[in-house]
Write a protein that binds this ligand. Structure first.
Ligand code: AHR
Length: 510
């Protein structure tokens, strides 16, 4: 572990609108709702709560979801989807069966199902991203769910949806072909050959119903698994023509008190993204295909997985408290760095889902019958979702380095920038990974039309363990930085130790 004892030299980069990476796809700011713990029950859905609407959706939570700026929502899992029987979740509530959820050793009442999920999407303005069960089920079930959801009417299944109160088809465009099928923990876990063939055949049949769907094949459940990269190559060899995206999942946590390495987690995340891009393009070359496969980073977050694994498993409880991580300022800085990693690869990462949305490793927490609040991770996401739009510019930073046990020498600065080509506005997102010293930042703006500093917001705290809780829901919020200047085309700022920063610059004047 090594920390600079005095103020380090400045980190520097130049922005030039001629050097872009790609447009930010709105789906980069997606999320994930799984039937897991209290994400659904007492998270988004709690009939009888003072803030619940007539459909049992908590308005206080919906308000926070809108503020968060989430664009898509993956559903219903996660591991849960590999045992999912969608028919159980539709139709009159009193007729829906209660079942064992094997993935999370919980009891699923099916009180909240597909129709309720679609209402939730409509009320929050989020695009649904539906997963089909390729664990215990297969081609026929995927096609039946698609027909129930998207066919206008006149067939048994589409008429069933209409009889259930949804006259208009749901029009779900994006579908995940299973979840983490490489993982031995997954119900119906498969080899790459088995899954590749099943994914291809499922996709082919789904496209017979609706050709212009966007389909996501399961990549590896993580880059650490022994089959990583070989899995992607085999699956794509089988399903290349039928799918549009391959999925990536990554979770990070601080282990053995090694905060320096934890703060550098995005080094691993960027390496992961680049490895999957390389694998997709390798298969493209082998198949002599024109089409490029893009990346759906549909599970990413900080997750103290080792603590979840050490906890006593639930005993078939309904909506047990599972994976309810409380996030510190340090976690939020790493989380912000993960957002930066996604943006820096916006040319190929065209969808992403923060896992998850409420209560379960989530930016929004709720108390049953009580209030809802924002975790520290809420703020980097909300700022990026609002202002991280437009075109990502290439940032090649010259930064002072620090030493980490896991990743060797790592830059103290992790940054990206986006521009709105119409207005010339520029927004910089930057993290100072240094724990003890402020980091001077100098940005040469010679190639962009930014004129003045609109705002510089910071998430940092004298206590890196500070967090928001039920008792202190507003303990951590972003504050404005002072002393950020733009003079003669050069921006100068000081990034507080261990901080997430958003610096917005005004564009040209009309
Ligand atoms: O997000 C929690 C779990 O993590 C998901 O159910 C699974 O896909 C992943 O392993």
């Amino acid at each position: 572990m090594s920390h600079p004892s005095t103020t380090p030299a400045a980190a520097r980069f130049t922005l030039d609108s001629a050097f872009g990476i790609g447009d930010v796809h709105p789906r980069l700011y997606g999320s994930f709702v799984e039937h897991l713990g209290r994400c659904v029950y007492t998270g988004i859905y709690e009939p009888g709560h003072p803030a619940a609407d007539a459909d049992g959706l908590r308005q206080d939570v919906l308000e926070l979801i809108r503020e968060l700026g989430v664009t898509t929502v993956r559903y219903p899992g996660g591991n849960f989807v590999s045992g999912y029987r969608w028919e159980d979740s539709v139709g009159p509530r009193e007729e829906r069966p209660t079942r064992l959820d094997l993935a999370w050793r919980s009891t699923e009442t099916n009180e909240f199902g597909l129709g309720e999920f679609m209402d939730f999407c409509a009320k929050t303005g989020m695009e649904p991203m539906m997963a089909v069960n390729l664990g215990t089920r297969g081609v026929e079930d995927a096609v039946r769910l698609l027909e129930y959801s998207n066919h206008p009417g006149g067939t048994e299944l589409s008429d069933r949806r209409i009889a259930h109160g949804a006259k208009e088809p749901y029009g779900i465009k994006m579908w995940c072909l299973g979840n983490e099928m490489d993982g031995p923990w997954q119900i119906g876990h498969k080899t790459a050959e088995e899954y590749g063939r099943l994914a291809a055949e499922t996709a082919r049949a789904m496209r017979m119903v609706e050709p212009d769907l966007e389909l996501v094949a399961c990549g590896s459940s993580g880059s650490g698994i022994s089959t990583f990269a070989a899995w992607e190559a085999t699956v794509l060899e089988a399903a290349y023509d039928q799918v549009d995206h391959v999925s990536l999942h990554a979770y990070y946590e601080e282990t053995d008190g090694d905060r320096d390495s934890f703060l550098a987690s995005a080094v691993d995340m960027e390496h992961f993204i680049e490895s999957v891009v390389a694998t997709c393009d390798h298969v493209r070359a082998r198949l002599k295909a024109k089409k490029r496969i893009n990346l759906s980073f549909d599970e990413w977050n900080v997750w103290y997985m080792s603590r979840s694994e050490a906890a006593t498993p639930p005993d078939w409880d309904k909506a047990p408290r599972l994976l309810e991580d409380s996030y510190s300022v340090t976690d939020a800085v790493v989380f912000g760095s993960m957002v930066i990693a996604l943006l820096r690869h916006a040319d190929r990462v065209t969808a992403a889902s923060l896992a998850q949305l409420v209560n379960v490793i989530a930016p929004i927490m709720t108390e049953p019958g009580g209030q809802a609040w924002r975790q520290t991770t809420f703020f980097p996401f909300a700022q990026a979702a609002q202002y991280g739009r437009g075109r990502v510019l290439r940032v090649e930073a010259d930064s002072p380095m620090y030493t980490t046990a896991k990743f060797g020498e790592v830059p103290l600065l992790h940054a990206t920038a986006v521009t709105d080509d119409e207005t010339g506005e520029v927004t910089v997102f930057a993290v100072n990974r240094g724990q003890t010293s402020a980091l001077p930042l100098v940005i040469d703006l010679r190639g962009v039309e930014a004129r003045a500093v609109e705002e510089h917001l910071v998430l940092a705290d004298a206590d890196p363990e500070a967090r928001n809780t039920l008792d202190q829901p507003d303990r951590v919020t972003p504050h404005s930085a002072t002393g950020t200047t733009l003079t003669d085309g050069v921006l100068r700022a000081e990034l507080e130790p261990l901080s997430w920063n958003m610096i917005r610059l005004t564009g040209r004047q009309d």
